[in-house]
Design a protein around this ligand. Structure first.
Ligand SMILES: [Zn+2]
Length: 144
């Protein structure tokens, strides 16, 4: 999911195909910038800051453990970058990288996996309960 990342600003015929890219763009990331190069500021866990466009800001935020985004020159950009980064796998330009462990998956994918794990655990737990001790009507989900 890359909302607001595939706008006309990423048109390969546009001015963003120049070698002039924002400082948030990773050297191995071939994608062009989208919008102003100081739309947001990304801070890593150590406090180092870089400014970037919304596109590369989101990709960098998704790739750095403990990083955060702060507003730059574009109103609302930090919120959009925060939301977009949630669905982006770390280092998304590594297209052949494995995507199986939590550190290789997006925050959204990790939350979904945790929900699946908890649902399976709950199912297993219910199957272990002695039905004579806890009648099934106690386990309704309709709030009664
Ligand atoms: Zn950029």
């Amino acid at each position: 999911m890359t909302p607001s990342m595939n706008t006309s600003q990423t048109d390969p015929k546009g001015p963003s195909m120049t070698t002039d890219r924002c400082t948030a763009a990773h050297s191995e990331d071939p994608t062009p910038c989208a919008g102003p190069h100081d739309a947001v500021t990304i801070l890593d866990a150590g406090g180092t800051t870089v400014t970037g466009c919304e596109h590369h800001g989101a990709r960098l935020l998704a790739s750095l453990d403990g990083a955060r985004v702060e507003p730059g020159t574009v109103l609302g950009a930090a919120t959009r970058v925060f939301a977009a980064a949630d669905g982006i796998h770390p280092f998304p330009w590594l297209v052949d990288a494995p995507r199986t462990t939590p550190g290789q998956l997006s925050a959204a994918a990790n939350r979904a996996a945790e929900q699946d794990r908890l649902a399976a655990e709950a199912t297993n737990y219910r199957e272990d309960i002695d039905p004579d001790l806890f009648p099934p009507e106690l386990f309704t989900s309709d709030g009664r």
